[in-house]
Write a protein that binds this ligand. Structure first.
Ligand SMILES: C[S@@+](CC[C@H](N)C(=O)[O-])C[C@H]1O[C@@H](n2cnc3c(N)ncnc32)[C@H](O)[C@@H]1O
Length: 469
């Protein structure tokens, strides 16, 4: 029998900061650095070290010697188990402070820039029930807490519906009430669970890839439209019809009901055929004066009220006078492009998902906008010299890439365009800062506005205005 290793516990670690992925940073008197799960800046803790790296340690807080004044009681019973709102134990004002410093540090350390003006982060007006979209997973394996794991009378072989526990792909936290999405989201999820049980439909076995319901998505817009998209693990037309009919009659407020069959290894539905079972096939959302069609596969800002505030920052930084030619890179369903269209001469959007471009064109005509054109394709392939000749040199480029940021080739093409101004919208400050550094030969950063789209999480949106030197 191998000998048990002695636990490596470090005493009196002062938590001094948090970093982009939400991990707390601690230091000991001898200057060693610890990334600590469960810490809040201001805490003094003892840390159980789980990993040792060259220049730092990783671990979790197992004993609190002092509590930070920024600590608050988490309001959700699933806090800790569910990966959703990891910062619920930090006062909202302090969350904002930390997000602000994460943005500033990224710009200085990674971007190597000192922006002329960094505005204080725009806090969200609603800090609960702010998401318009949530996805739930069904599983026949319930995630168990540490206490439950040591109780032999509790098995994880339970049928559950909720969110994947962080770090596990096959175990799901059974969610009773989630504070992220307004009603009827909780009622629908709980009813779906009850329905599956009443009809004895097997909850999905993620390892064996078997079962009836796999996941489903709820999208609820601020004008009261409601979309449900169910993803089934097996094509069984009779069972699916019976189930969807029950959902349709129980929730007459659903305006667009969809399903797909997913027998793949992964959960994404973007590459699957989505069938409309009932309703118009999409929902509409309204930001400012613009109405948007959102299909089952479309990307759309998940916090509508803060999404509008974000777009208002873009309008403000864009400072358009009506004569400009604007490019909107990574345009999705044309959301920013259409929001700006009435402020400029022409706007040209690029997006790689062809369905989103169809929605963008639909959105333009639905809003009576005739100065917006959209192209389906990868920015790094589309944005060449031919594109510039066809659409004219841009006076302003909006870029809003996914978390990974822009491809180096897309950055090169952007540099070659030499647009006088770029408004860079980002959901990941570190990749934005990396791209800003790549652009810094020709551009300086003049204004920065962080926006909190996701209260109680460590996610940050940031808008930067870059001007040609
Ligand atoms: C953060 S979203 C921004 C969408 C839009 N600006 C908005 O506010 O709703 C990023 C978008 O970029 C698209 N995308 C990702 N990689 C791309 C690429 N290489 N070329 C073009 N579009 C891409 C995604 O499909 C997604 O719609």
């Amino acid at each position: 029998m191998g000998r048990r290793r002695k636990a490596h516990i470090v005493e009196e670690v002062s938590i001094v900061d948090v970093v982009e992925k939400g991990k707390a940073v601690g230091k000991t008197a001898d200057g060693k650095v610890y990334f600590v799960d469960g810490g809040v800046p201001g805490d003094v803790v003892d840390v159980l070290v789980t990993k040792k790296k060259k220049s730092y340690y990783v671990g979790r807080a197992i004993h609190f010697r002092e509590y930070s004044k920024d600590r608050v009681e988490a309001f959700c019973t699933h806090f800790g188990a569910c990966g959703g709102c990891k910062w619920q134990h930090i006062a909202y004002e302090a969350q904002l402070r930390h997000k602000q410093s994460i943005v500033e540090n990224a710009l200085v350390r990674i971007g190597k820039v000192a922006p002329e003006t960094i505005y204080p982060i725009l806090g969200a007006p609603e800090t609960t029930f702010y998401r318009n979209k949530l996805e739930f997973s069904a599983s026949n394996k319930r995630w168990l807490s540490k206490e439950e794991l040591s109780d032999e009378s509790i098995s994880n072989g339970q049928d559950v519906l909720g969110f994947h526990a962080p770090g596990t792909y096959d175990k799901v936290v059974d969610v009773e009430k989630c504070f992220l999405q307004a009603e009827p989201s909780n009622t629908i999820r709980n009813k779906v669970r009850a329905l599956l049980k009443a009809k004895e439909l097997p909850f999905y076995d993620i390892k064996a890839k078997e079962g009836f319901l796999r996941n489903f998505m709820v999208r609820l817009t601020s004008i009261g439209e409601l979309m449900l998209v169910f993803s089934f693990g097996k094509k069984d037309d009779a069972l699916i019809k019976d189930f969807l009919e029950e959902i349709r009659t129980t929730f007459p407020e659903v305006t667009s009901l969809h399903y797909c069959i997913n027998t793949k290894m992964n959960d994404t539905i973007l590459d699957l055929d989505i069938i409309t079972y009932h309703g118009k096939g999409y929902v509409e959302e309204k930001l400012g004066d613009i109405r948007y069609k959102i299909g089952p596969k479309s990307f759309f800002q998940t916090n509508s009220s803060q999404g509008k505030n974000l777009y208002d920052v873009v309008v403000d930084f864009a400072a358009l006078n009506g004569t400009e030619n604007v490019y909107d890179l990574y345009t999705g369903t044309g959301s920013i492009a259409l929001y700006l269209a009435n402020h400029c001469r022409q706007v040209v959007g690029i997006e790689e998902i062809a369905d989103a471009i169809k929605d963008a064109n639909f959105n333009a005509s639905m809003n009576g906008i005739d100065n917006a054109v959209f192209y389906a394709g990868d920015v790094k392939d589309v944005l060449g010299e031919g594109f510039r000749q066809k659409h004219g040199k841009p006076d302003l480029v909006i870029t809003d890439p996914p978390r990974a940021g822009m491809h180096p080739k897309a950055i090169e093409l952007l540099l070659a365009l030499e647009a006088p101004r770029i408004v860079y919208v980002s959901c990941k400050p570190s990749t934005q800062a990396r791209d800003i550094e790549l652009l810094s030969d020709k551009y300086k950063v003049t204004k920065v506005q962080p926006v909190d789209m996701f209260p109680h999480t460590f996610h940050i949106e940031n808008v930067a205005l870059l001007e040609l030197k």
